[in-house]
Ligand binder design. Structure first.
Ligand code: T4K
Length: 403
């Protein structure tokens, strides 16, 4: 616990944590069960190409999400690319700029132009009104993102997609096992895309999936992720290699075994942050709608600079010096990164809510590697920072001048 300003690491004090506390530390289920599964894979010498672990992982995921088809892939980005291609999205597709760069890149990689729309200020999710304003004769689709595990306004996006004859895909990388109005995420639009990256609360080391209730689309995607092979020596479609390996699926199955524990821990962490941060002026935890059964995998706070008397970035710098590696997900927004920054240099003018939120948000450490006592120490630190804003701002400005 820091008691005087000189205790802060930016003033030369010892960092609060001796080893770095991360936002995206992987959850690990039962090690022994995982190792048993891996041994079985080694014994069977079946490592990839639709092996038994992948098939079981797909079935369990589809059953959990109550969706007809789950096609497991090597990562979420390739799953997005394949879904976009299978849906024949072309020309322009509307996406929020406030998302991980993969959502935009998956389009651009296939020479489809991502057109960035704004978000709603409250939910931070894609704003259907902004989507409608961005539609042109070249628009072929919309990608909604369930940012930080909060479902976006699926009903409005579905209405817009129907009205204008657009394809509708959801990037559900953050929303595995969440619900929307009583239905599991995974059942909406033409398809939804999941990520099982190491940093996701259910992980397959690297991995992803497309889930859909559309039989024809599922068939096409299955072909596409396996070079277009339909049986031995017979390619009937252009495809790529998007396959998930057996060892990844073994990790995925072990993660699924512990799904309820992971959510319980995440929820406990979130509630602790909620309780500890609620009276700190200028800091607001973005709440989950408990009615939507969240997975609680991202704990996001907004910093209001005027009330906090310290910018978000100064808080982040101060925390990093203490070995708390909070993240500014997803600063500076896709529109402000290359190649989009050069293509659309003035895009930010059309995205006022996105620009505001991007200057406010901080993602805090959570997951099974973070204990309640770590959260208490992090919250004590935030409280201490907020009591000493003037000195911290002066110190960081001074440091910047010297650099
Ligand atoms: N759509 C959305 C909305 C997404 O958020 C993502 C991925 C995708 C699509 C694409 O899905 P994938 O193709 O990735 O399956 C990380 C992840 O790499 C990325 O998967 C994720 N979103 C994004 C939100 O977070 P970075 O650039 O922040 O990664 P990095 O290396 O800085 O790691 C984050 C933190 O996690 C670090 O503090 C270190 C820690 N970490 C990471 C790994 C990999 C560990 O402690 N252990 C690990 O093994 O993107």
């Amino acid at each position: 616990m820091k008691t005087k300003i000189s205790d802060l690491a930016i003033f030369g004090g010892r960092p609060l944590f001796t080893t770095t506390v991360h936002v995206g530390r992987p959850n690990i289920g039962d090690r022994q069960i995982l190792l048993d599964r891996i041994n079985r894979i080694l014994d069977d010498r079946w490592f990839s190409n639709n092996g038994p672990c992948v098939r079981e992982f797909e079935k369990r995921t589809a059953d959990l999400l109550r969706v007809k088809h789950c096609i497991a892939m090597c990562n979420g980005t390739v799953a997005l690319e394949i879904a976009i291609r299978a849906l024949e999205m072309k020309g322009e597709v509307i996406v929020p700029s406030l998302t991980f760069i993969a959502t935009a890149h998956a389009l651009q990689w296939q020479e489809v132009t991502p057109v960035f729309c704004d978000i709603e200020n409250g939910s931070c999710n894609i704003d259907p009104e902004s989507v409608e304003k961005m539609i042109t004769p070249r628009t072929t689709g919309i990608i909604g993102v369930h940012l930080w595990g909060r479902p976006c306004d699926i009903a409005s996006l579905t209405r817009i997609a129907r009205r204008y004859g657009l394809k509708l895909l959801f990037d559900a990388a953050h929303a595995f096992a969440c619900t929307y109005n009583g239905h599991m995420i995974g059942n909406f639009g033409d398809a939804e895309v999941l990520s099982f990256h190491a940093t996701k609360f259910v992980n397959t080391f690297e991995g992803g999936a497309v889930v859909t209730n559309n039989d024809d689309l599922a068939k096409k995607i299955r072909l596409m992720k396996n070079f277009g092979f339909s049986g031995y020596d017979n390619v009937i479609y252009i495809g790529t290699n998007g396959k998930m390996s057996e060892i990844s699926a073994a990790m995925g199955l072990t993660s699924l075994d512990s799904l309820d524990d992971f959510i319980r821990v995440n929820r406990g962490n979130y509630e602790r942050y909620e309780q500890r941060l609620k009276d700190i002026p200028g800091i607001e935890l973005i709440r989950y709608d408990v009615g939507q059964n969240p997975n609680y995998q991202y704990v996001i706070v907004k910093v209001y600079k005027e009330k906090a008397s310290l910018s978000r970035d100064d808080i982040v710098k101060t925390m990093h010096a203490e070995n708390v590696l909070v993240r500014r997900y997803f600063y500076p927004g896709c529109h402000a990164m290359e190649p989009y920054r050069s293509y659309f240099p003035h895009a930010g003018l059309l995205l006022p809510n996105t620009e505001t939120v991007l200057s406010q948000v901080v993602s805090l450490p959570t997951g099974t590697s973070v204990g309640i006592e770590d959260i208490d120490r992090i919250c004590d630190m935030i409280q201490f920072i907020m009591h000493n804003t003037r000195e911290i701002a002066a110190r960081l400005a001074d440091g910047q001048q010297r650099n």
